[in-house]
Design a protein around this ligand. Structure first.
Ligand code: SAM
Length: 325
C-alpha cells in the first residue's frame, strides 16, 4: 500500500518522538533554562507509540525515524525499538541521537534492529562543542560514534547545524570526514524555531556551504533515493562518503516532502511549521480503523508548503526537542 497526498507526494516516512527530554541544551534548539517538560501522563506509552507506528505502516509508511528530545534517555527504549522492528512491512528503522549514550547502548540498539544512526555533531572543537551544547563533552560524543562503529552500525549520517561565526569555520573539516570514511555529513541550515531576533544572520545557506567545499574539493551531485528525505546529496570526487545539504530556509524542499511527525505526547503533524497538529490521544481510545482513518487524513492533507518565512503567519516559537527534530 502507498499513500499519495493531495499534492501528489508519496508519504512513506514517519518521524516518531519518544521523549521531549534531552541531556544537552543546544543553543539553537532550546533556551538555556530548558523548556517546560511534559508530565509522565502526557507522554504516550510504548504500547501506544507502537500502535500508531503499526497503523502508519499499514497506510504506507516504510521508514520510521526515532527521535526526541534525546531518544536514548527514555528508559526502556531498546525493548520498544525491538517491537517496532518487528512490524511487518516496515523497511527501515533508524534513530537520531546526539551520541552521548552510544558507548553504553550501541550494541543493544543494533541487536534491537536499529539499522542506521544519525548523529548530531556540530563541532569538532572541544570548546565550541561545549559552547553550542551548553556543557556537552565532545569526547563523549566522539566515543559514542566509535562505539557505534564497533557495534557494527554502518557509517553514520552526521548532522551539523551550520551557524555563522560559531562553527561555519569547520565546514571543510567536516567535509573532509567523508574522504576516508563512508559516512554522510549533512549540513543543515539553522531554522528559526524559537523565532529569536537575529536568526537570519546566524543562518549559513546550503549554497554558501557547497561553495566553500567546492573551492577546496571537486564535488559531484548524487541521485536521491525515494526515502532519502530532504537532503541534496553530493560527493567529493574519490571520497568514500557523501555530503548533503538540508536547506529549509534558502530552498524549500516541500514539493518532495515525504514525512509526517508524531510527538511524544501523541500530536501528529503533517508539517513541522504547519500549526498545532492533531492530538491522536482520543483516537487511541478507538479501534484501529478510526486511528488509521485520522492518520490517513493527516497524511493526505499535508500542507503544500511550510510557511516558515511568511511574516503574516509567523509560527509560535517551539523547540525541536518538543516536536522531535
Ligand atoms: N537528540 C537527538 C539529536 O541530537 O539528534 C534528536 C533530537 S534533535 C531535536 C534532532 C535534530 O534537530 C538534530 O540534528 C538537531 O541538530 C536538529 N535541530 C534542532 N533545532 C534545530 C534548528 N533550530 N535548526 C536546524 N536543526 C535543528
Amino acid at each position: 500500500m502507498s499513500l499519495i497526498d493531495s499534492h501528489g507526494r508519496r508519504i512513506n516516512y514517519l518521524r516518531l518522538s519518544v521523549t521531549d527530554r534531552c541531556n544537552l541544551r543546544c543553543q539553537y534548539c532550546m533556551p538555556a533554562e530548558g523548556v517546560a517538560k511534559l508530565s509522565h501522563n502526557d507522554i504516550l506509552s510504548f504500547e501506544e507509540l507502537r500502535r500508531i507506528a503499526g497503523q502508519a505502516v499499514a497506510l504506507g509508511i516504510e521508514k520510521i525515524r526515532i527521535t526526541g528530545g534525546e531518544p536514548l534517555v527514555r528508559r526502556g527504549v531498546v525493548g520498544f525499538l525491538a517491537t517496532l522492528a518487528a512490524i511487518p512491512g516496515l523497511k527501515e528503522m533508524v534513530l537520531t541521537t546526539n551520541g552521548l549514550l552510544l558507548r553504553e547502548m550501541a550494541a543493544e540498539l543494533r541487536r534491537a534492529g536499529v539499522q542506521r544512526l544519525n548523529v548530531s555533531l556540530d563541532s569538532l572543537n572541544r570548546e565550541t562543542f561545549a559552547n553550542i551544547t551548553r556543557g556537552g563533552d565532545l569526547n563523549q560524543a566522539l566515543d559514542g560514534l566509535a562505539a557505534a562503529e564497533e557495534a557494527g552500525f554502518p557509517a553514520p549520517k552526521i548532522n551539523m547545524v551550520v551557524m555563522r561565526g560559531i562553527n561555519d569555520g569547520e565546514v571543510l573539516e567536516f567535509a573532509a570526514l567523508t574522504l576516508r570514511k563512508a559516512c554522510t555529513v549533512r549540513f543543515i541550515e539553522c531554522m528559526p524555531t524559537r523565532m529569536e531576533p537575529g536568526w537570519k544572520s546566524l543562518c549559513v545557506t546550503g549554497r554558501e556551504v557547497l561553495e566553500q567545499i567546492a573551492q577546496r574539493y571537486p564535488l559531484v551531485p548524487l541521485d536521491q533515493s525515494n526515502t532519502a528525505g530532504p537532503a541534496r546529496n553530493f560527493k567529493i570526487v574519490g571520497a568514500a562518503g557523501t555530503i548533503g545539504v538540508i536547506t529549509p530556509i534558502s530552498n524549500e524542499f516541500c514539493e518532495s516532502c515525504n514525512r509526517i511527525r508524531v510527538t511524544a505526547s501523541g500530536v501528529a503533524k503533517g508539517c513541522l511549521f504547519g500549526g498545532e497538529g492533531v492530538d491522536l490521544k482520543p483516537y487511541l481510545r478507538c479501534d484501529d480503523d478510526k486511528l488509521r482513518e485520522i492518520l490517513s487524513q493527516i497524511m493526505r492533507t499535508k500542507p503544500s508548503q511550510h510557511r516558515l518565512l511568511n511574516v503574516d503567519s509567523a509560527h509560535a516559537p517551539f523547540t525541536m526537542a518538543q516536536i522531535g527534530g
